[in-house]
Structure formats: C-alpha cells, structure tokens
Design a protein around this ligand. Structure first.
Ligand code: SAH
Ligand code: SF4
Length: 344
C-alpha cells in the first residue's frame, strides 16, 4: 500500500495514529484486498478509503513452474514492469523481489543489465511484491518465510528504500519475517556493504563475485572498476568480523569464461580466509538473451571439488525454480522459453 499517501489521508481525516496501524495489520497481516472490507475500521473511514488501492502493484501475468515456483509480472503506477518470484521448497516459501526497474550495473551475463536502469522502486513497491505472494499462499494456509533481494536491480543503488522495506517486512504487526530469513545480494557496491554492517537488523549478505581476479571481474562486471577486489574483500572482511555472520559468495558458472580449474584455485584462495563464516554457491547459468553458455554439470562438479578439497563449503543450486529466480529479468524478456505454464 502507498503508506505515505495513506498516512497523509488519515491526517486530513483527523484520524488518530492507531488507525494507520490498523490499516497496516489489515493489509499486510490479514491480506485485505480493499479498505472497505476492513471491519476494525469505523464505517465512515471504510467509506472514505473505499476507492484507495491496497497495493502499489497491479499483477498482469503469473506463471507457474512444475516445481511450484510462481513468477509474477507487475505493472507499476507509471506503466513500468517488474517481477517477483515465489519459490517453495520443503520448509520455506522464499520470495525473490526486484528493487529497481532494470539495473545500471551492466553485468555482461545478466538480462536485467542489458535493459539499463529505468528507475528505483519505492519501499512500498518492494513490500507489495512480498504481500502479493503471501496472499497467494494464504489459501493454502502457508506464508512467506524468506525474502531475497535477488530480482531485478542492484539493492545498494536503492539502499534507503531497500532497508525501509526490510524494516516493514520484519515488523511483527505486518508479515513478521525474521531478519535472518532476509538476504540482500550485491554486485559489490562497497559503501552499501558498509551500511549493511551498521544496519540494526541481522540480515544476510550475498556477494555476486563471479570472478576471482580483477582482470576477469572487470570484464564481466563493470562495477569492479569502481570497487576492485582488494577494496571489496576488505569490506567483506569487515562485514564478517563486525557481524559474525556468514557471507555468501555467488558464482555463476559461465562456460569458457570463469569456470576453469585454475580459476577455482584462485577462488579457493580468495575464499579461504573467510572460512567458517562463508559459503560459495555455484549457480548454473540460465540461458537468456545474452550470449553466454552454461557450464556442463560434470565440470561444475569438478570445480566444486577443488573448493571442497580445501574445506570451503560449496553448494550447487539445483532446482529449476532457484535457477530461474537467479536468472534475473528473464520472464519479462521472454516468457516462451522459461519452462513455465501460464496462469493468466
Ligand atoms: N544485483 C544484485 C542482485 C540481483 S541479481 C546482484 O547482482 O547481486 C541475483 C543473482 O543472479 C546475481 O548473483 C546475478 O549475478 C545472478 N544472475 C544474473 N543473470 C543470471 C543468469 N542468466 N543465470 C544465473 N544467474 C544469473
Ligand atoms: Fe544488475 Fe545484479 Fe544483473 Fe549485475 S547481476 S546487472 S548488478 S541485477
């Protein structure tokens, strides 16, 4: 919901402060789809707010994968589009949210990067992606348990709204999502990492590393020219030391680009000083409009072995849903090849 607008409206209607909390609970916690239906509000207020939307987003397309993953495209009030993905697994219901329309960082392998940046989302536009997914789960008596900022956009380039959205999603009067169930992923914007260190909530941080040396990283991730590995690793060490929390290194496997066993050795040496407060996640590349080839499974396993032999915890992301969630920006670009069937 558009919180600043509704707060202003309540002020104009001379409503006491607790009315805002009632709206907050009704929309976020109870999933009210109209203010007219909120029985805790006096009739006069229900009537005054009847025409006000409860969401800043309009879902325009949803798609369901075989493993239960649901990807939704939303239209914003200015007509731009974003997407969110709900990924169910055994115990968790994870929502992958977008924080910008497009992205300015231009990583060579990323479909969102090729779009350029249109604008950043407001905190409410981020929150409402999670609220929408939570409402989808409501009929099955399930709830969103985890939120990852791994959709479209670079969270550190929209940090104020991202941190505000985290505070609201964590609020016990709303969705009450545990801080440790919330993860922010960055391409390596160092000042943003420093802000996460000082943020009062114990959220998780993932670093999209994708290359273990400056030469290669600058080639595939232009952000590396601004914040090279030495500076980036210093910020990562500060994060681990000050928060005592685990850092995730994300590494998308691009055939013939960053997947040689020599590079696995370099990655091992970079990651080693962080053990045990770290984990490497090898992400199978999800083919998209950009011109890269996924590394073969057999070779990903060989790459993983180099890391594991040095006692570096290393996982390979398996499920189709997670792969597609990692492949940010894809459904918006191409719905036909993503393995999804249409709901709408
Ligand atoms: N901008 C942030 C968060 C969004 S991207 C970041 O870069 O960390 C989320 C993850 O998906 C990143 O690790 C990104 O590198 C990865 N990714 C992008 N395109 C992908 C693709 N086609 N296949 C697999 N992972 C991809
Ligand atoms: Fe932006 Fe992340 Fe995609 Fe890079 S990988 S272009 S930072 S969304």
């Amino acid at each position: 919901m558009n919180r600043p607008h509704l707060e202003q409206l309540l002020g104009q209607l001379n409503q006491p402060r607790f009315r805002f909390k009632q709206l907050f609970q009704a929309v976020y916690k109870d999933g009210a789809e109209s203010f007219a239906s909120v029985q805790t509000l006096p009739k006069v207020l229900r009537e005054a707010l009847a025409q006000e939307p409860t969401s800043t987003l309009e879902p325009i397309h949803s798609a369901l994968s075989k493993d239960g993953t649901i990807k939704t495209i939303f239209e914003l009030s200015d007509g731009l589009q974003i997407e969110a993905v709900m990924i169910p697994n055994k115990n968790n219901r994870t929502v992958c949210v977008s924080c910008q329309v497009g992205c300015a960082m231009k990583c060579a392998f990323c479909a969102t990067g090729t779009m350029g940046i249109k604008r950043s989302l407001t905190a409410d536009e981020i929150i409402d992606q999670v609220v929408y997914c939570n409402n989808l789960l409501r009929s099955k008596k399930e709830k969103v348990t985890n939120v990852v900022y791994m959709g479209m956009g670079e969270p550190m380039n929209n940090l104020k709204a991202v941190l505000e959205s985290i505070q609201v999603l964590h609020d016990a009067d709303g969705l009450g999502i545990g801080a440790r169930k919330i993860s922010v992923s960055t391409s390596g914007v160092v000042p943003g990492i420093k802000s996460i260190i000082d943020f009062p909530l114990q959220i998780n941080l993932a670093l999209s590393l994708h290359a273990p040396n400056d030469e290669l990283r600058s080639k595939i991730m232009p952000v590396n020219k601004m914040f090279p590995l030495k500076v980036l690793m210093e910020a990562c060490h500060a994060y681990v030391q000050k928060t005592n929390r685990k850092l995730m290194f994300e590494y998308v496997m691009l055939q013939g680009v960053n997947d040689s066993l020599e590079l696995a050795v370099e990655l091992r040496d970079l990651a080693k000083p962080f053990v045990p407060l770290m984990q490497v996640n090898l992400i199978p590349f999800h083919p998209s409009s950009v011109d890269f080839t996924p590394t073969e499974r057999k070779h990903i396993l060989a790459f993983q072995k180099v890391l594991r032999e040095a006692n570096i915890p290393t996982t390979i992301r398996h499920s189709a849903g997670v792969d597609i969630a990692g492949a940010c920006g894809q459904l918006a670009l191409d719905t036909s090849t993503s393995g999804y069937s249409c709901l709408k």
